[in-house]
Design a protein around this ligand. Sequence first.
Ligand code: PMP
Length: 331
Amino acid sequence: MEYVTNVIDLVGNTPLVQLSKVTDGAPGLVLAKVEYLNPGGSVKDRIAVRMVEAAERDGSLKPGGTIVEPTSGNTGVGLAIVAQAKGYSCVFVCPDKVSEDKRNVLAAYGAQVVVCPTAVDPDDPKSYYSVSDRLVREIPGAWKPDQYSNLQNPLSHYETTGPEIWAQTDGRITHFVTGMGTGGTISGAGRYLKEVSGGRVQVIGADPAGSVYSGGDGRPYLVEGVGEDFWPSTYDRTVCDRVIEVSDGDSFAMTRRLARTEALLVGGSCGMATVAAVRLAAELQDPDAVIVVLLPDSGRGYLTKIFDDAWLARYGFAPRPDAGVRVVGDV
Ligand code: PMP
């Protein structure tokens, strides 16, 4: 018989899938690391497991304790899964701009969700930062993982994501492309790949125009989960060789194209990272290039946004012909 005793044993060891249509004939191999195949549906399951287990070891999380984190999305799901497996409670604090669907997913796993107003100052006692800090003080046995400062976040990628990619490509990877939010993925997996290859692997960050990672001028952007307006302490500035800036419009068009032509229903930050990987392949024109691009989550959380024509139009993006050529009528 072949089975695991808990879903958290299924975290990691995600496959690489070759992208062949969206590369538009660029030479070289572009391989997608498909992180939505983690049990919680995103790359964040990896950091959840490691942050919780480290907190258990150092005593900051005790049996029966409560995990409190300001998160609305993927990290919350990862933490909820690990909490359930290990008997902890979860309280997630999120701003009211977060869709009801996302809040309901967290509640479905048994987490408590506290919703705070978006339109207040971070210092306001009602802001989601203030509320999560207050809950950590008030709830007995509360522990806040804080993915933006917790070094277990990049470490989880140094110990799992990076080595998996190296083994799966038989050490032939030449470029690693990923988006940057907390910077955990690029700092951990990127550092591992640089070390193991003796500095040969090039590490490329994809970033929404406007974020600090690409020299941010503060312009707002819509792609979720990536880009920051501050430098998180989980980001290691020595790892990334180059940043490729991608617009919302290009990110969303590629996200839809990935679903329609590669059958990969993935999120907006995946489209963004793929745009960067394909641009790189086109620029390199190297048949021996092996570019690995990490796709963090699934497109199911964005059906009423990126995959909805009316939503795109509302933000000024015309739904583009995703397959490159659109045949109308009989042929
Ligand atoms: N994409 C999505 C959808 C995410 O939720 C995140 C995490 N914030 C990232 C990309 C970026 O990953 P990291 O935090 O490791 O930089």
